[in-house]
Ligand binder design. Structure first.
Ligand code: MOS
Length: 764
C-alpha cells in the first residue's frame, strides 16, 4: 500500500490525558458556535494574502511553461528576452544555482528544477523577472525554445502498452503494484449467497484554489524570507533550504493567510525556489505567482482512477469477500494514486484482496487532494455495496450495519472501540428520514426522485510533533504562538477557544501569531484532517502551564493553597471561599514578571483509543429522464469526529466537504485532448466546480457525539476529509435509486446518463 508521505509519523503511537491534564468534561467555550477570530479581516479584504503582498522595489516574475505533453529542450535562446524593456533577469536550467534536483533527492530525483526532458504540458522551461507583470509576460514571448516533440501517453493503459514512450529512466511504473491480502478470497466468494462485480472510474479533478500558487522572495544578505501561500510553512522552509543549500535557520517562510489548498499546498513549489534565484540574481524582492491556467496545469490534481470491485455476502448481508483493484496515475512525476483504503478497512470482512497500481502518464503530477484516494475508493466500493444490497433485497443501511468493524485489520488490529460508524449510519438515517424516503414514490413524469447513501472512514488522527507557546500579559491579554497554517478551516479560532477554555479570557483578548518559521513553533503542514487533533493538545498544554504559573503566584498573595484556586472570568477565585478573589491583573507575581509563558508539546495519542473518524452521507436527487439532468435536492451528513471544538466551523467545514463531493459526483473533470495531449479546460469557465446553483439549500450536518474522546487531551479528531469522502457515492446511489441505471464513471453528466437510459430504452 502506498502510505502517504505527509501522513507518516502521524499514524498514532499512542498515551492519554493525565492527572495533570484530565480530559475535559463539560466545556464552556469549546464546543460553542464562534465566528472566526479573523472573520472581519477575511471578509473586509484587509487580510493580506501572499498574492496581495507587495514590497518596495519588488520585481514581478512570470513562468514559461512547456506547450507540449512530451518534449525535449534542444536549445533555449534568451538573448532577445533579456533586452526587452524592464527585464532584469531570465532564469533557465543553465542559470547559476538553477540545476537543482526535484521530486526526490540526489540521483533518485525524478526531475530537475528546469528539466530538459519535459514530461507534461506545463513543465517549467524558463522564468523572467521584470519591473512590471506585463513586461515579464511580454519577455516570455521573446524566449526562443527549440523543442523536440516526443510521443506521449495520457492513460495508464497506454503507458503500460508495449513500445510506449518512457517518461522515466526506470520506465512508467511508480513501483510494483501494491498488494494487500487477508483470508482466503476464493473461499470467501464460495461462501457468498450473492456476488456483484463492476468497474468504476473517477475523473481527474483539480484542486482549483481561489488563490493561485506563488511566493514573494526577498534576501537580506545570506538570509532568505519567503511569503508563501501554503498549508505548511515548515515544509516549504525545508524544501527551499534543501534546494538552495541553505541552513534552515537562514530560510524564513511566512504564510499568515492562504486562499485554499485542499492538499495542493502541502509542499514547497518550484516557483518559490525560482523566485529566490531571481531575487538573488537581481538583488531585488521578486514576486512569482502562477496564472490561473498555469495553476490548472502544474499544481497537482486528484488522479483519475479505474477500480474493479467484486464483493460477496451472505443472505443476511455479512460480507464474505472483497476483491478490489485500482489503477491510477500520479501523473508525470511520482505521487500517490492508491485508493484501496476503504476496501480493506471500512467494513469487517475476513477475505480481502486489494491491489493498487500507479503509472506515469504525460500529464500534470498528482498531489494529495482532500482525502487522497478515499473519495475514489468510496465511489467504487459504496456503489458496489449498494448494488449488493439490491441483489440481496436488503436495505443499504442495514447491509452496512451488519459489517461495522471492531478492529482495524489493516493496522495491526488497532481497535475501533468507537461506535462511530454505526452511529453515523443510524443517526444519519434518522435525520434524513431514510425509511420514509425509500418508501416514497419516485414519480411518474420525466423527473424521477431517488435517495442514496454511502459511508466512510478516515484513518489518520493526528499526533506529535507540535509545539505551542502561550503568553499572559500584565493586562490579562494573551498571545498564542503556533506554527500551523489556518487553511480556511478556522484553525486559529479553534485554538483561541482552547486557550479561552483554560485561561477564562474572552476570545477578543487573545492575539495569535502563527505560520512563520522565524517566530513560531513547529507544526506539521495543515492537512490530513490532523491539524486540530495534532496541535490543540499542544495549545492546551501551553495554556495549562500559564494557568499553573498564575495560580501559584496568586496562591502566594492570597495565602490559599494553590489546589483550591481556579480562574473565573478575569479573577483568581478560591473554590472553597468564593469571597477570596484576586483580579488576574492584580496578581503581584504577574506584574513583577511582566509576562507568564507556557510551552506545550504534543504527546503521543492514548493507547488503544480510536483516532479514526467516520461518516455517513445521505442524498436525495431528482433526475430528468429526458435530459439526463441530475439535481441534488437534499444532503445529510452524519460525522463522528471526536469532540466538536467549534460547532459553527465544524458545520461549515462539512458543508464545504459536501460541495467538493458534489463536484466529484456531478461536474468536475480534467479533459485532455487525445490528439494534442493538452488540457482543454484549464480555466474556471470550462472546468466545472459546483456553483451556488448546484448546491442544495437543504443540507443538514450532524455531529454524532462520540462515546470516546480520550484519544488525546482535547478529544478532537479531524473533520475536513471525512466530510467529503462518501458524498459523491451517495449521489450516485441516489441516481441509481431514481432511474434504475447506475453511472459508474464520474462525473454523472447528462450525456453519460442519457446514454445509459437510452441503452435501457428508458428515455421518456
Ligand atoms: Mo489535505 S489532501 O490533507 O491537505
Amino acid at each position: 500500500m502506498v502510505e502517504l508521505y505527509w501522513l507518516q509519523g502521524a499514524v498514532p503511537e499512542t498515551a492519554a490525558p493525565t492527572a495533570e491534564m484530565p480530559p475535559w468534561g463539560e466545556t464552556k467555550v469549546v464546543g460553542t458556535r464562534q465566528p472566526r477570530v479573523d472573520a472581519y479581516e477575511r471578509v473586509s479584504g484587509s487580510a493580506v494574502y501572499p498574492r496581495d503582498f507587495t514590497l518596495p522595489d519588488m520585481l514581478h516574475a512570470a513562468l514559461l511553461l512547456c506547450p507540449h505533453p512530451h518534449a525535449r529542450v534542444k536549445a533555449i535562446d534568451t538573448s532577445a528576452a533579456e533586452k526587452m524593456p524592464g527585464v532584469r533577469a531570465v532564469l533557465t536550467g543553465r542559470s547559476p544555482g538553477a540545476d537543482v534536483p526535484w521530486y526526490g533527492r540526489g540521483d533518485k530525483a525524478a526531475s530537475r528544477l528546469f528539466d530538459d526532458h519535459l514530461r507534461h504540458e506545463g513543465d517549467e522551461v524558463a522564468a523572467v523577472a521584470a519591473e512590471t507583470p506585463d513586461q515579464a509576460f511580454d519577455a516570455l514571448r521573446a524566449i526562443r525554445v527549440t523543442y523536440e516533440e516526443l510521443p506521449f501517453v495520457l492513460t495508464p493503459e497506454a503507458a503500460l502498452a508495449k513500445g510506449a514512450p518512457s517518461l522515466h529512466a526506470w520506465g512508467n511504473r511508480y513501483g510494483e503494484p501494491s498488494v494487500y491480502e487477508r483470508g482466503d478470497l476464493a473461499a470467501g466468494f464460495a461462501a457468498a449467497d450473492a456476488v456483484v462485480e463492476g468497474t468504476y472510474s473517477t475523473a481527474c479533478e483539480l484542486h482549483a484554489p481561489m488563490e493561485v500558487h506563488g511566493s514573494v522572495a526577498k534576501w537580506d544578505g545570506s538570509r532568505l524570507t519567503v511569503w508563501d501561500t501554503t498549508q505548511g510553512v515548515f515544509a516549504v522552509q525545508q524544501a527551499v533550504a534543501e534546494a538552495l543549500k541553505l541552513p534552515l535557520a537562514h530560510v524564513r517562510v511566512i504564510g499568515p493567510y492562504m486562499g485554499g489548498g485542499f492538499g495542493s499546498k502541502l509542499e514547497g513549489g518550484k516557483y518559490t525556489v525560482m523566485a529566490a534565484l531571481l531575487a538573488r540574481a537581481t538583488a531585488r524582492p521578486v514576486k512569482l505567482f502562477l496564472t490561473r491556467e498555469q495553476e490548472f496545469l502544474v499544481t497537482g490534481n486528484r488522479p483519475a482512477n479505474t477500480m474493479k470491485v467484486r464483493v460477496g455476502a451472505k443472505k443476511d448481508g455479512t460480507l464474505t469477500a472483497i476483491d478490489y483493484h485500482s489503477m491510477g496515475s500520479g501523473g508525470a512525476y511520482p505521487s500517490g494514486a492508491g485508493t484501496a483504503f476503504l476496501a480493506t478497512d471500512l467494513y469487517t470482512c475476513p477475505n480481502v484482496r486489494a491491489v493498487d497500481e500507479n503509472v506515469a502518464i504525460n500529464a500534470g503530477r498528482a498531489r494529495p487532494m482532500r482525502a487522497p484516494g478515499f473519495p475514489q475508493g468510496a465511489w467504487a466500493l459504496e456503489q458496489a455495496l449498494d448494488e449488493l444490497a439490491g441483489k440481496l433485497g436488503l436495505d443499504p443501511v442495514a447491509l452496512r450495519l451488519k459489517n461495522v468493524p471492531t478492529v482495524s485489520q489493516r493496522r495491526g488490529n488497532q481497535p475501533y472501540t468507537s461506535t462511530g460508524l454505526a452511529e453515523c449510519l443510524r443517526q444519519g438515517a434518522k435525520a434524513f428520514g431514510w425509511d420514509e424516503a425509500r418508501a416514497r414514490a419516485k414519480g411518474t413524469g420525466p423527473v424521477r426522485k431517488g435517495v442514496g447513501m454511502a459511508a466512510a472512514l478516515w484513518g489518520y488522527g493526528g499526533g506529535p510533533p507540535s509545539t505551542a507557546i502561550v503568553k499572559l500579559f500584565t493586562d490579562g491579554s494573551v498571545n498564542l504562538n503556533m506554527g500551523a497554517a489556518d487553511i480556511g478551516t478556522g484553525t486559529k479560532t479553534v485554538m483561541a477557544m482552547v486557550v479561552a477554555e483554560e485561561l477564562a479570557v474572552p476570545l477578543d483578548r487573545i492575539q495569535i501569531e502563527h505560520a512563520d518559521t522565524g517566530t513560531t513553533e513547529y507544526a506539521s503542514p495543515s492537512g490530513g484532517s490532523k491539524t486540530v487533533p495534532s496541535d490543540s493538545p499542544a495549545v492546551r498544554a501551553a495554556a495549562v502551564e500559564v494557568r499553573s504559573k498564575l495560580l501559584a503566584l496568586a496562591a502566594e498573595e492570597m495565602k490559599v493553597p494553590v489546589a483550591d484556586l481556579a480562574l473565573d472570568g478575569g479573577s483568581v477565585v478560591s473554590r472553597k471561599d468564593p469571597a477570596k478573589k484576586l483580579a488576574v491583573t492584580a496578581v503581584p507575581g504577574l506584574q513583577r514578571q511582566q509576562v507568564l509563558v507556557g510551552v506545550g508539546t504534543r504527546g503521543p495519542n492514548a493507547e488503544g483509543k480510536v483516532v479514526s473518524e467516520f461518516a455517513a452521507h445521505f442524498a436525495e436527487v431528482e433526475v430528468n429522464e429526458r435530459t439526463g439532468e441530475v439535481t441534488v435536492t437534499r444532503l445529510v451528513a452524519a460525522q463522528e469526529s471526536g469532540r466538536v471544538m467549534n460547532r459553527l466551523t465544524f458545520e461549515n467545514q462539512v458543508r464545504g466537504g459536501l460541495v467538493m463531493g458534489l463536484g466529484l459526483g456531478r461536474t468536475e473533470e480534467r479533459v485532455l485532448d487525445r490528439q494534442t495531449g493538452k488540457m482543454v479546460n484549464a480555466n474556471w469557465h470550462d472546468y466545472k466546480i459546483p456553483t451556488a446553483l448546484d448546491v442544495p439549500a437543504a443540507q443538514e450536518v450532524l455531529s454524532v457525539d462520540p462515546k470516546d474522546t480520550l484519544c488525546n487531551t482535547t478529544g478532537a479528531k479531524g473533520v475536513g476529509e471525512p466530510a467529503t469522502i462518501p458524498t459523491a457515492a451517495a449521489i450516485a446511489n441516489a441516481v441509481a435509486n431514481a432511474v434504475g441505471v447506475r453511472v459508474k464513471d464520474s462525473p454523472i453528466t447528462p450525456p453519460r446518463l442519457c446514454a445509459l437510459l437510452h441503452a435501457r430504452g428508458k428515455v421518456g
